[in-house]
Each structure stands twice: as C-alpha cells, then as structure tokens.
Ligand binder design. Structure first.
Ligand SMILES: [Zn+2]
Length: 264
C-alpha cells in the first residue's frame, strides 16, 4: 500500500468587499473588484476551509458557487475546483439561491468586541440592543453571538472564522466615526433607530419617570430646569435633555448628513 497523496488545487475568487481580505487595497469601487487566490491541499477540504484559507471569514459570505453552482459551506472540494464568493451587496446574490445565507434575524442585536467601545456606544445611542463586556474572551464572544443571535462586530478576523459565529462583520476601519456609518448602512439601521431610548451604561431601555421621582437623583439645577426625565430600571441612572442631550442631537444630525453621501 502506498502513502502517495494527490495534491488538489482549488481556486477562490472573491468579489466586491470580500476582496478586502485578500488584496487589502481599496483601489476600485466595491462592485467591480475581483481577486483570486489558488491553494494546494493534501487532504479533503470543504468549501468553508478553502475560503477561510484565502483569508475570508465565512460570516461575510452570502453566496458561494462551486464551478458555477450554488453550494453550502460544507461542500467537498475536488482538484481543479473554482470557488466564487460574494457578499450581500453584490448583484450576483440575486441571481442564485444561496445555501450559505443564515436564517434571517427576528430583530437586530449586536455584540461588539471590547476594542470597539465607541462603536458600541454609538449603537446604544441609536437605541440598538448592544452588548459589550471586557471580561468576555473570544470563545465567549462566539458562543454568545450564536446563542443570543447577535451580530458580532470585531476588528479580529480570526474571531469571525470561529464556526459558532453565524452573523458577523469585520470592521475594516479603526475609526469609530467610519465604523458607525458603515454599520448603519450595511444593516439599514437608520429607519429603525430609536435614538436616546437606551441606557448607555448597561443596554437597558430607559423608562420615562415623573419629575418628583428623581428629585433625589439628579442635580438640583437640572431638576429645576427640565421637566422630562428617564430612568434606567437596571442601574438607576437618570437622563434628562440637558447639554449632553444637545451634543447627542448634533451627533445624530452629523450621522444623518453623512448617510446621504455616497458609499464607496
Ligand atoms: Zn443602566
């Protein structure tokens, strides 16, 4: 019996924003970019193994074709196979059934890794259920994202490659201002945003309370000046429409204006 093994060649072709994981250069608009990478394997590899070897984390893939036929992540690859992968913004995703696209989420919830705290605050400010906890390690983040059906947002590509992660996105930029613009566009959040309804400290929905109820909680000058108050039922923090509220409004106005500019 010989131990001879035949090496298999598989080519991965990425389209649009999935090229970010391969060429790392945004030289062309997303809708025209194409990148190819070829691999040689000694053993059997699934399509998921092949695309992740090319650098692309599976949660970013919305359509996977093997030799032109739509397949799932667990498709076996054979010598000479051509794998094409597309993300949700590419027109090709409308032309084929997809066997990799996860079940739609019933509501939008996020899990943000601890290195993107400002993005988490911005999502909370827009009213989205957003969890961030510096005590969570990578295994915890993958598990919680899966169990609680939360979209995992991270700068760590390796974290997104964990098989438990179903919904996730790699934050290309480390600039929080760019990050929130990208996420609001990608998940079409603006029409469903409920700004300033959630506690920025602990993610709970704020409850309106009568002025008398916060007399011992808020500073006397704020109590005398304002009539509308909100309380977090979890941490007891009080909110009112003071100077911080005006700053939040300016931030929202800025975001609304930037959303009108063309994405590239
Ligand atoms: Zn709170």
């Amino acid at each position: 019996m010989t131990s001879e093994r035949r090496r298999k060649s598989v080519t991965v072709e990425a389209y649009g924003s999935l090229c970010d994981f391969i060429d790392h250069v945004e030289s062309e608009p997303h809708d025209t970019r194409v990148c190819r990478k070829s691999f040689f394997f000694d053993t059997s590899q699934t399509a998921k193994d092949a695309i992740e070897s090319s650098g692309i984390p599976h949660p970013e893939v919305d359509l996977l074709l093997v030799n032109g036929t739509s397949r799932g992540f667990d498709a076996e690859t054979n010598d000479g196979d051509q794998i094409q992968v597309y993300s949700r913004e590419h027109p090709a995703v409308h032309l084929h059934p997809s066997y990799v696209r996860p079940e739609p989420l019933s509501d939008i919830k996020f899990l943000v890794d601890e290195n993107s705290g400002k993005l988490a605050s911005a999502l909370l400010l827009l009213g989205f259920d957003t969890k961030i906890d510096s005590r969570l390690n990578d295994a915890d983040l993958a598990r919680i994202s899966n169990a609680e059906k939360r979209i995992l947002l991270t700068r760590d590509i390796g974290l997104l490659k964990r098989s438990l992660v179903v919904h996730g996105y790699w934050l290309r930029s480390d600039n929080p201002r760019d990050q929130i613009l990208t996420i609001v566009r990608r998940y079409d959040l603006w029409p469903i945003a409920r700004p300033i309804t959630r506690c920025l400290e602990c993610n709970c929905l704020l409850q309106p309370v009568a002025k008398e109820e916060v007399v011992n909680i808020v500073p006397p000058v704020a109590h005398a000046t304002y009539n509308e108050f909100f309380l977090c039922p979890n941490c007891g923090k009080a909110f009112w429409k003071g100077s911080h509220y005006q700053r939040m409004q300016l931030w929202l106005d800025d975001l609304r204006e930037r959303l009108k500019t063309k994405a590239h």
